[in-house]
Design a protein around this ligand. Structure first.
Ligand code: FAD
Length: 535
């Protein structure tokens, strides 16, 4: 196959234009063309009135070898690389010890699936419930304010990204193309085929739920075992080697190969690991607010007269501003056509996040506007960032009226530092509800100062961003883990052999895709280590 990149066609081009572009680029006749496959489709919307679709195409012709020779010096034409995933190991015929995966979010899921596919029959331990039960608990909290601390937006089958926008792209370097394996596993589990080729694939909440079930079924079919409501409360260590663990039920399991894919909200588990002596460092993260605008305004600002075009879909944005006080403010986890959600896993705390459905057709766009902070802002040791988060979340709970409503403010009032008393054009989507107030008190002064400077700067890029009636809801504190559970070249904890810290909770991922990719890497490292130790 031949890969043609950077093929530009106008938005709304007829289907036949793709074939014509291929024939023109390669200078061949239609009779020589066998097949065209879209590998990637992105767009260039720098000029709103003149938006282009940018294709990467894999093409099969009668003349592949001759064309590759002819275009040898041409960057746009190359041989299609082999992007198939190749397993690195196979389980020994007599497997004496099954690996354990703690946590069944995207990282644990892909780790367990990859291990199962190689024949290692992993045991997965997940503190939350299976996804349908979990969905009831999560929606129950949003509707009735009844929080289940073990079954919520953060904890349960599918992990933190289950109730999300389901964005499936990441900026991590991926030379081995693990991301393709992740996407193809999602497609095999029922995701739309288009996620394989659109430049910013997303799935949305409800589809993710059934895909997670499909992937679980595959792991079980391959001999894996998945245990819900199984919280790991302790780990057993002997001379720097992990040997097993204890569940909250008191049951003990033994294994010298344990993946730790517990996400960024497992604060009690971080504390347990720290107290056991597992090496943990404090790490930077970000805090801020969710901002909501009408999606139609964002579409117009990004796509001008092409707003509403089906191929472009609901517009997103990505913004960064470097402030005079040395801080950076950026937009994070933007959810086009979505809702702001209550994302606490602890009682009497308020945390915001965002989600959307596949259709992205809710009235509002939302994103987090967050300020980068680092351990100098929360001195006091490796776990001090957790206390910093808790303090802000507890304060937000009080500001919201101590009933899980979130404190909120119109942007115009926030910029003028005066409490909001009534809503404007933008209606809040946050469930259970909001309480209008002055958010100036919700974050440290340097964060407020930075966000106040950034919003008008963002308005220069997205007209209307600083609209008086846009709405801020707080607080967004769980942007990533405030700690890093450091690992070595073999992906094992720096001081605890056999413990494989992975994903967002260990500080090695930031989002669904990067967590899933890290899960594959961990599975490979565990498989190689099991094989080496069984020789
Ligand atoms: P998690 O998904 O957090 O999974 C960890 C799992 O471990 C949890 O299920 C937890 O219950 C379990 N666990 C924890 N402690 C224990 C224990 N002691 N014993 C047993 N089990 C335990 N990212 C994107 O890329 N795109 C998005 O659109 C997006 N939207 C999001 C929306 C929301 C509302 C949230 C909360 C997050 C969103 N994210 C999004 C972030 C994304 O969900 C995370 O980056 C990703 O889920 C991290 O994967 P993980 O597997 O490392 O951890």
């Amino acid at each position: 196959m031949i890969r043609l990149s950077n093929i530009k066609l106008p938005l709304d081009h007829p289907e036949a234009a793709i074939e014509k572009a291929v024939l023109d680029t390669l200078g061949i006749e239609k009779a020589d063309l066998k097949d065209i496959h879209v590998f990637r489709r992105g767009y260039d919307a720098r000029k709103k009135t003149n938006i282009w679709l940018i294709y990467t195409l894999d093409v099969d012709t009668q003349l592949n070898d001759r064309l590759l020779e002819k275009f040898a010096d041409h960057n746009q034409v190359k041989a299609t690389p082999d992007l198939r995933y190749h397993f690195v190991a196979e389980a020994p015929k007599t497997l004496t010890e099954r690996p354990i995966v703690i946590g069944f979010g995207p990282c644990g899921l892909l780790a367990a699936l990859t291990l199962a596919q190689m024949g290692y029959k992993p045991i997965v331990l997940e503190r939350g419930k299976e996804v349908r039960e979990r969905t009831k608990d999560t929606f129950g909290f949003w509707r009735k304010k009844e929080l289940n601390t073990e079954s919520n937006v953060q904890f349960g089958e599918g992990g933190a990204g289950t109730f999300s926008d389901g964005k499936l792209y990441s900026q991590v370097k991926d030379p081995k193309q693990y991301g393709r394996k992740v996407l193809s596993e999602f497609v095999a589990a029922g995701a739309p085929e288009e996620i394989m080729y659109v430049s910013k694939p997303h799935i949305g909440t409800f589809r993710l739920v059934s895909m997670v079930e499909q992937m679980r079924a595959k792991i079980v079919e391959l001999g894996g075992e998945i245990r819900f409501s199984s919280k790991v409360d302790d780990v057993h260590l002997e001379d720097g080697q992990i040997t097993g663990l204890t569940l909250s039920t008191g049951e003990q399991l033994h294994s010298k190969h344990i993946a730790l894919a517990i996400g960024h909200s497992a604060r009690d588990t971080f504390e347990m690991l720290f107290n056991k002596g597992v090496y943990i460092e404090a790490k930077p993260f970000s805090v801020g607010f969710r901002i909501e605008h009408e999606q139609s305004m964002i579409d117009k600002a990004r796509f001008g007269p092409n707003a509403g075009n089906k191929i472009l879909g609901a517009a997103d944005y990505k913004l960064v501003h470097h402030c005079k006080n040395g801080r950076s403010v950026y937009s994070f986890c933007m959810c086009p056509g979505g809702t702001v959600v209550a994302a606490t896993s602890e009682e009497k705390r308020v945390v915001t996040n965002g989600m959307s459905q596949y259709s992205r057709n809710e009235r509002n766009a939302n994103s987090a506007v967050v300020v980068g902070i680092d351990p100098n802002d929360y001195p006091g040791g490796p776990l001090a960032g957790i206390e910093f988060q808790r303090k802000l979340e507890s304060h937000a709970y009080v500001m919201g009226g101590e009933n899980y409503d979130a404190p909120a403010q119109r942007v115009g009032d926030f910029l003028k530092n005066k409490p909001s008393t009534e809503l404007g054009q933008v209606e809040p989507s946050f469930k259970p509800g909001i309480k209008l107030t002055n958010l100036a008190d919700a974050l440290p002064d340097f964060c407020i100062e930075a966000i106040r400077e950034a919003i008008p700067a963002f308005n220069k890029k997205i007209k209307g961003f600083a609209l008086d009636d846009a709405l801020l809801t707080g607080v967004e504190t769980r942007t990533s883990a405030p700690i890093c559970i450091k690992r070595n070249d073999q992906y094992q904890s720096l001081n605890t052999q056999g413990l494989f810290p992975a994903g967002e909770g260990a500080g090695y991922a930031g989002g669904i895709m990067s967590a899933a990719i890290d899960g594959i890497k961990i599975a490979e490292a565990m498989a190689l280590s099991i094989n080496a130790s069984s020789k």
